[in-house]
Design a binder for this molecule. Structure first.
Ligand code: NCD
Ligand code: ZN
Length: 329
């Protein structure tokens, strides 16, 4: 049995820098025609120069493979002049509340103060991508942020807002309330709950932000993904950290899924009789919502047991050592 995907896209990806970038970028480019590249480097990607340098480094790491990096900037106050010159080079600007996740210390401390830049983005048609978590109790952080999305969506009705990596039933419900909200969802949040991370032996390779939630949350995400909900897109949030930063006291947040994402999505969608929805979930919806035309690229998968490697260089993938029923051809 064969499966053919046209220009699959990963709408939320961490490619890192230097040696890590060289290892992980070709793995994404083997599966995807393009990806939205997160800007949470140290220092963050928040100037024309850093953006151009990062884009060049990604292109070099990808080499001859067909892969479009849709670049993002790290949110800060940007003048209209800056936004006018930067906008043709980016797909959007990513807002991190200060301190909520990896490399977000330079994020936004007070959202009210961010509103003048957000207003300029609305006027210039630049999408806002958001890590929607507060500093509340860890299981409640996303739900506590939903009122912020609600307010932003109303106050800036022409602004396209992406709720990144949603993890709760309430977030799926919010999507229905505003036409200018869309969301990404990861592979791991479709598959796991907090139990898989911490219910038995602790599995640091499933530790990420936002943390995996309850079975009813996973169920709501899964139903929306399997139906290719028109405002939901696949975004892996594949976030590699070296083994030494994961298997230690003080484990870094992030799940590495880039090389296994498409085989595992095929397995999941097949199991639920929804393979016909996978194309829209991994490409069609994103193309329509962002108005992008990715490079033509046909990615083929076939039914064959794929053994997930124990590691890719220094990085351990989700389900390392396990098997998947689909394989990249
Ligand atoms: C991401 C990372 O490591 O950069 N970590 C994560 O747990 N998802 C940052 C992020 O997207 O929150
Ligand atoms: Zn991320």
């Amino acid at each position: 049995m064969q499966l053919q995907l046209e220009s699959p896209l990963d709408m939320h990806l961490h490619l890192r820098q230097d040696d890590m970038l060289k290892i992980v970028a070709p793995l994404s480019a083997a599966s995807f025609a393009g990806a939205v590249i997160m800007p949470n480097l140290l220092p963050p990607v928040d100037s024309a120069e850093r953006l151009a340098n990062y884009r060049r480094a990604i292109d070099a790491a990808v080499g001859d493979l067909t892969f479009e990096p849709y670049m993002t900037l790290f949110f800060r106050d940007y003048s209209e002049g800056e936004l006018l010159t930067l906008r043709e080079h980016i797909i959007g600007i990513k807002l991190y509340p200060a301190g909520v996740t990896t490399n977000s210390d330079a994020g936004v401390a007070a959202l009210e103060a961010a509103e003048s830049t957000i207003g300029r983005m609305e006027d210039l048609g630049i999408p806002l991508l958001v890590h929607g978590e507060t500093n509340d109790f860890v299981m409640d952080r996303e739900e506590a942020f939903l009122s912020v999305y609600d307010r932003l969506a109303q106050r800036f009705p022409r602004l396209q807002i992406t709720m990144e990596h949603i993890t709760t039933r309430r977030a799926v419900e919010l999507l229905e309330r505003h036409d200018n909200l869309r969301a990404t969802v990861t592979l791991h949040h479709l598959l796991i709950t907090l139990d898989d991370l911490a219910g038995g032996l602790l599995n640091p390779h499933l530790f990420c932000k936002p943390i995996a939630k309850r079975p009813e949350d996973r169920q709501a995400l899964l139903e929306a993904a399997l139906a290719a909900h028109p405002r939901l897109m696949f975004g892996s949030d594949s976030a590699p950290h070296p083994l030494s930063s994961k298997e230690c006291s003080g484990c870094a947040a992030g799940v590495f899924t880039a090389p296994i994402a498409l085989p595992m999505l095929a397995e999941l969608f097949e199991r639920h009789g929804a393979l016909d929805k996978l194309q829209d979930f991994v490409s069609g919806n994103a193309q329509r919502l962002y108005g992008i035309t990715p490079p033509p690229k046909v990615v083929r998968l076939h039914k064959e047991e794929f053994h997930i490697p124990a590691a890719y260089g220094p990085v351990v993938p989700m389900n390392a050592g396990g098997t998947v029923t689909w394989c990249l051809s």
